[in-house]
Design a protein around this ligand. Structure first.
Ligand code: NAP
Length: 240
């Protein structure tokens, strides 16, 4: 048996229509998984890449996934959907606080809960949450994003403690600076782009595929004894 294969597994990836989520879905499919590409926007492009199927899920309602896992066996859950709002903390609005916390943290917890209620009855599963460098660092002008991503790292460890002995591996990936829509403005600003590149030991921006392959690893039999880890996939950023 290839310990890195996901053959015979079904994986649900949230925010799979674009960016890191689409790359995770594609990597899971290449590793042999049947992929359910979930998004608030159409995931037709992702399904064209992965084979699999699409599922409409909008985490503006953080409980949106409550009924998804009861009706069919799903082995792997990747909580990737996320948003960011930028403003000075003295100006930051309650709306920008709640919107980000709902999608990035509350939805992640309750989607993990819904997944586990089903997976515990079947003997286990894998959860990979997408954290951030701002699970460890403060950032600036992104208070709800930083709070939410610190929270993602925290609940990843909490859930690992509760479920490791019951067969569910809960881990997270902290992506560094990755080329997606999310970071378009940073890359388009020559001064910011140069400052970021100068600090990355690998000397390049991350590619969404870099995260996809890490997510496959954490979902595979090879990672059976990994629980509660937050894996930095950041070109060495946090090592500086
Ligand atoms: P992206 O291109 O903006 O993708 C974000 C994804 O989340 C999209 O699929 C988006 O759907 C989905 N999403 C947002 N709100 C949603 C909602 N209410 N319901 C369902 N899906 C929703 O950004 P990305 O860079 O790929 O980000 C993916 C994850 O990686 C996020 O959790 C982000 O915080 C994290 N991350 C990214 C970086 C980076 O450098 N890019 C670094 C660290 C962490 P729509 O297309 O419909 O908006």
């Amino acid at each position: 048996m290839n310990p890195f294969s996901l053959s015979g597994q079904t994986a649900l990836v949230t925010g799979a229509n674009t960016g890191i989520g689409q790359a995770i879905a594609a990597a899971m499919a290449r590793a042999g998984a049947h992929v359910i590409a979930a998004g608030r926007s159409s995931c037709a492009e992702t399904v064209a890449i992965t084979g699999g199927e699409a599922l409409q899920l909008d985490f503006a309602d953080p409980m949106a996934a409550r009924d998804v896992f009861a009706s069919r066996p799903i082995d792997i859950l990747v909580n990737n959907a996320g948003i960011i709002r930028r403003a000075d903390s003295v100006e930051f609005t309650e709306e920008d606080w709640d919107a980000v916390m709902d999608v990035n943290l509350k939805a992640v917890f309750f989607t993990c809960q819904a997944f586990a209620r089903a997976a515990l009855t079947r003997g286990g599963g894998r959860i990979v949450n997408i954290a951030s460098l701002l699970s460890f660092q403060g950032g600036i002008r992104v208070p709800s994003y930083t709070a939410s991503k610190h929270g993602v790292a925290g609940i990843t460890k909490l859930l690992a403690n509760e479920w490791a002995a019951k067969g569910i591996n809960v881990n997270a990936i902290a992506p560094g600076y990755i080329e997606t829509n999310n970071t378009q403005a940073l890359r388009a600003d020559p001064a910011r782009n140069a400052a970021i590149l100068d600090r990355i030991p690998a000397g390049r921006w991350g590619r969404a595929d870099d995260i996809g392959e890490a997510a496959v690893f954490l979902s595979s039999p090879a990672a059976a004894y990994i629980h509660g880890a937050v894996l930095n996939v950041d070109g060495g950023w946090l090592a500086r």
